[in-house]
Design a protein around this ligand. Structure first.
Ligand code: ZN
Length: 419
């Protein structure tokens, strides 16, 4: 038998395997399996992980290197126009997210995104996807939420679907019409909620998005409003996600669990009941440490210091709530596309250990987008989405920061030319 591709002599193959039909929690979340040896690839799939030197059309020598499953970035707002780099200065000098939001924030991005054409959004999106891929991410979820009207939400979905046609990365499209109430509906919230709900039908008919998401927060939508939108999406067969408990406790986690959402994301202010409910419903908790980092909420003396976060995250892990990690890449509250950076921040700010971080960035993240049967671990039959890192041990990938160690990215068994 001749393989299509053989990766040989890897110092560490981080397989992340084990019970991949259920997310890793408890003892399994604390473990990663490490193999020294070779990976055989045929027809874009992983055929074997062992020490046998099969003949292959193409061979990569991975001596002294680490091989991991491609990262799955399960929560992003990658499609957008304009830049809000100036906000970062304000945040660093102590302004809160809510303060910045009053002066523009999401609505500035909405203004810019509405002005942009599909071509503009696709052009910028392709560049952003290239950066992600070159840092080791092979699958990404992308949300709408900067159109906030019929024409522009659909435009964003067309752009996301166009990116899938043009880029090698796997893209999961999510409809987030309920990101924020646009200014023209400020005095008619119910009118906007109706619009969001009406669009679900069109999106479903044209098969433009797989998930429906809602920003359930004091600066987004109330519990009741979120419930109304998510129930409509569920009725039309869409899978659900919820932005929950980011800037305040709003029972978003409880709501996600009640409606059987695949994930609830952020969770800074999750309650004990929220943890219990999500665990019972199998809803994945997606943590976004890049947001904590970017919003400077950990700066001592800041009024919104979130010293409680590491404790809260430990409570989620100890209660065996399945945890995933993601960038939340967006123009305002998290500016990195690199999951390598997110891993470092998760260790530093959330006090997660290396095994937890790797499981949360790969197999559990695959569960957070319903793709665990295809990706997220290095196992027989799974897609050969693999990344070879220029370091001898996986810990180096987490403790180094501000650099990119991804050397070779393999997507569906094919070597991607990185710039
Ligand atoms: Zn988000």
């Amino acid at each position: 038998m001749k393989l299509d591709l053989l990766i040989k002599n890897a110092n560490e193959i981080i397989t992340v395997k084990g019970a991949s039909h259920i997310p890793k929690t408890g003892k399994a979340f604390q473990e990663i399996s490490i193999v020294k040896g070779n990976i055989g690839i045929k027809y874009g799939r992983i055929l074997n992980v062992d020490n046998y030197n099969y003949k292959a059309k193409q061979v990569i020598d991975a001596t002294g290197k680490v091989v991991m499953p491609g990262f799955i970035d399960c929560h992003t707002h990658l499609v957008h126009a304009g830049s809000r780099h100036y906000e970062y200065e304000g945040k660093c000098s102590g302004k809160s997210y809510s303060d910045i939001d009053k002066k523009g924030g999401i609505l500035y991005t909405v203004e810019q995104t509405r002005k942009a054409s599909i071509e503009d959004l696709v052009e910028k999106g392709l560049k952003d996807l290239d950066i992600m891929l070159s840092h080791g991410t092979t699958t990404v979820e992308i949300k709408t939420g900067y159109g906030l009207d019929q024409e522009n939400e659909i435009k964003m979905l067309y752009a996301i679907n166009e990116l899938q046609k043009k880029h090698p990365m796997t893209i999961i499209p999510t409809y987030l019409g309920a990101h924020k109430v646009p200014p023209e509906y400020e005095n008619n919230r119910q009118g906007y909620i109706k619009l969001v709900k009406d669009l679900i039908l069109t999106i479903k008919k044209e098969n433009l998005a797989e998930y429906c998401d809602v920003f359930c927060d004091k600066i987004g939508f109330t519990y009741k409003e979120s419930k109304e939108i998510l129930e409509e999406a569920k009725r039309h067969g869409m899978k659900l996600k919820v932005h929950a408990e980011q800037t305040n406790y709003n029972r978003g986690a409880e709501l996600a669990a009640k409606l059987g959402a695949v994930s609830a994301d952020h969770l800074d202010y999750i309650s004990k009941k929220g943890i219990e409910d999500m665990k019972a419903s199998g809803t994945i908790g997606v943590l976004l440490p890049g947001v904590t980092y970017h919003l400077t909420e950990m700066i001592p003396g800041h009024k919104k210091v979130k010293k409680f976060l590491p404790k809260k995250i430990r409570r989620m892990i100890e209660n065996e709530l399945p945890i995933a990690l993601s960038t939340d890449y967006n123009p305002g509250s998290c500016r990195t596309q690199s999951m390598q950076a997110i891993m470092e921040i998760a260790a530093r700010l959330y006090r997660m250990n290396y095994a937890e971080i790797i499981n949360a960035s790969t197999i559990n993240a695959a569960h957070a987008i319903g793709r665990s049967n295809e990706i997220g671990s290095i196992e027989f039959g799974k897609k050969a989405d693999l990344v070879i890192y220029d370091c001898e041990e996986h810990g180096i990938l987490i403790d180094k920061f501000g650099i990119n160690l991804a050397k070779i990215v393999i997507k569906n068994g094919k070597i991607i030319n990185l710039y």
